[in-house]
Design a protein around this ligand. Structure first.
Ligand code: 2PG
Ligand code: MG
Length: 387
């Protein structure tokens, strides 16, 4: 396929912040890509717009002119372009362009986008039930996300199970005395006045009710995003957890182990600060759960090398590195280390559902994505389309 024109403009993301959209024109039409953003970001991820969004879009538009008449025949051509892009564009601009090119290329090759990355694999969703941390402006619980997933079953069963827990939870919340006015956070998790412990208990109750009715294997998980409340060497909770508001590194490790046992947690993401790789290892050594790196690994191969043996799963978030060839290299390294991969949405998304294709093509175990809100459901629906 040959590029006739390419241009960038500012659009809104799902959290009412501006992001970039790149539109590529080929002989068969127009193809769009846009990049998400995170409210809770890692210090290791690339900046989305290093010199500010307006300046970057302006400069990127100048650069996009140079792509006129450029030919792309395989995914490697996109990877090559990414490798030669000026560093200043790595982030929102580069990723949006790559997404647009993936759609244009797969269209010209008459294949589904996922097959540019690998063979078709079964990917199940892991979805947020309750939101907290910065996703609820630090007004709710400290744990950023309480999640549920199924550990087996086909995609449709898995989605039904997750959805049933979400609806059961809503009923429990409606009928309780907790302050709940029906609202959801940016990722579709309900927002309540419950503290950390009460929140886990309530989601567990919803899970148990669904298991009773369906005997599905539904499991609880959490993303603590612990870096967000790690201050001066201590974890500082807004709400007491096991009776404490400030805990040391050692106490946090014990606390996480206790939560895993009490709630039979199957998935534990970022339970400690992103700089403390050793502490992930401490938790892993005594755990039956998936110990998942996100802020700590930041989709960077050097971070994953450093974390080898300290976790058994990692998130894959393309905008943490800003290019698909780096995502592919990260995914390959995760495979080499035998890690479970979880391709993930960001809190501020766009309607582009390419992460669903990526999860399927890269043979991820899960797609972490909300079960509510249009821009998330779109990604679940894309999984349905592919399976
Ligand atoms: C996370 C993500 C997605 P954010 O921490 O895992 O849930 O949130 O995009 O705000 O980093
Ligand atoms: Mg996370």
């Amino acid at each position: 396929m040959k590029i006739k024109s390419a241009a960038a403009q500012k659009i809104l993301n799902s959290n009412s912040n501006y992001t970039i959209q790149v539109k590529v024109e080929t002989e068969s039409g127009f193809f769009r890509g846009s990049s998400p953003a995170g409210e809770s970001t890692s210090q290791y991820e690339v900046a989305q717009f290093g010199s500010g969004i307006d300046a970057e879009i302006k400069n990127f538009n100048d650069f996009l002119q140079t792509l006129k008449n450029k030919e792309f025949t395989r995914i490697d051509d996109i990877y090559l372009l990414e490798r030669t892009l000026p560093e200043e564009f790595i982030g929102g601009p580069s990723l949006s362009l790559s997404y647009a090119l993936v759609y244009a290329l797969s269209n010209s090759l008459k294949i589904e986008p996922y097959s540019l990355f690998g063979k078709k694999s079964l990917v199940l969703p892991i979805s947020k039930m309750l939101g907290g941390g910065v996703h609820t402006s630090n007004l709710g619980m400290d744990i950023q996300e309480i999640l549920v997933t199924t550990i087996s079953g086909d995609l449709r069963e898995s989605i039904n199970g997750t959805l049933s827990v979400y609806k059961e939870l809503k009923e429990l919340l409606k009928n309780s005395t907790y302050s709940f006015l029906g609202g959801v956070d940016p990722e579709g998790g309900f927002v309540t006045s419950l503290d950390n412990y009460e929140s886990l208990k309530l989601v567990r109750k919803a899970v148990e009710k669904v298991i009773q009715k369906t005997s599905m294997d539904i499991r609880l998980g959490m993303d603590m995003a612990a870096s967000m409340f790690f201050k001066d060497g201590k974890y500082v909770y807004n709400r007491p957890i096991y009776g404490k508001k400030e805990v040391s590194r050692e106490e946090q490790i014990d606390l996480v182990k206790k939560l895993e046992k009490e709630f039979d947690l199957y998935y534990i993401e970022d339970p400690v600060d992103e700089t403390l790789i050793e502490d992930y290892g401490e938790i892993l050594s005594d755990s039956h759960a998936l110990i998942v790196g996100d802020d700590v690994t930041a989709t960077k191969t050097d971070r994953l090398e450093a974390a080898k043996g300290k976790m058994n799963a990692t998130l894959v978030k393309p905008n943490q590195v800003g290019s698909l060839y780096k995502v592919k290299a990260f995914s390959d390294l995760a495979d080499k280390f035998g890690l479970a991969k979880v391709v993930s949405h960001r809190s501020e998304e766009t309607c582009v559902s390419i992460i669903s294709d990526l999860s399927v093509g890269l043979a991820a175990k899960y797609l972490k994505v909300g079960i509510n809100r249009g821009e998330r459901v779109e990604k679940i629906n894309r999984l349905l389309e592919l399976n």
